[in-house]
Design a protein around this ligand. Sequence first.
Ligand SMILES: Cc1ncc(COP(=O)(O)O)c(C=O)c1O
Length: 363
Amino acid sequence: MDLRAQYAEIGAEIHEAVRKVLDSQQFVLGKEGAALEGEIAELCAVRHGIGVASGTDALILALRAAGVAPGEEVILPPFTFVATASAVSALGAKPVFADIDCNTFNVHPEEIAKRITARTRAILVVHLYGLSADMDPIRDIANRHGIPVVEDNAQALGARYKGKPTGAYGHTACISFYPTKNLGAYGDAGMIVTDSAELDSRLRTLRNHGQASRYSSVEPGWNSRLDEIQAAILRVKLRYLRDWESARRAHAAQYSILLGPVREVKTPQTPEGLEHVFHQYTIRVPRRNELQKYLSDRKIGNAVYYPVPLHLQPIYASLGHRPGAFPEAERAAEEVLSLPMFPELKAEQIERVAEAIARFFAA
Ligand SMILES: Cc1ncc(COP(=O)(O)O)c(C=O)c1O
């Protein structure tokens, strides 16, 4: 990931947008934030967007608005960034893990169905690496049990599932604008989107000290608002998002063609009817740690998202899960490797990465 090339391209527009905010001297809950909320909601094909301070806060507030309270359960995959689960823990609720589908890295609907209990308060679905989870069966299960679905759409803004964007399927969906995300701010920022006017109003209250109107708090809330400078920067970048997405898809296609003949490499698959936005281009390989070292020694960027599934991390030791509890998540954690992926990547760079991988397995 290299953000400098993008900044060189759009720096002048960013400076102008930031200058306008500085001139306005309005920094929190102003015009830029409101405009961005509308634009992101439209991108997700829903009516409301609520800007917050980070993707993590978006998750905490969305789960709270879904009614998650201490002692209740939220079902989620163990193969994700820790924030997905720690948002559940922050509300005093219990993360209940459901294993992933080995082909998509996303939560397996049947595994969700097995874990529903009388205490299940929400299903928290992650669209990992830029690919939507299998939302139709997940929504069927949720509807059958009357349980809300919250989408962790931190990594897949702009992706599509059967004709509709991610973010349009859950009761709420949570977006991260962390700088390295496909749409990244120049600091922390996040948003919740929803089609429900009622949830919109509740979330606006929750993000602003529980105030339903000025100096009238109706419940304990947070100070979690997206500031005007970040909103203005994001609005500039949003104009480029589709182009950047196309570039990412083209890079992914090139990687997959070049790596196709390398028998040991399993390239990412996009199920029929879905559109991947390749936040990450993630392969599965045997001898992953050796390959990782081989690439790093040759100054080829790479990363493992995520080396330890959440049920085996110290934070969740008290849940008592043993190795083997979620075999697909554990196998993925041993085999995944994400390769360089950002819009400005050059064809020659992709060739160099693919050649190095081919050479490693030919040796
Ligand atoms: C899947 C997932 N969930 C949640 C988050 C948290 O977002 P943030 O860093 O904006 O708090 C991230 C990214 O950092 C993420 O990748």
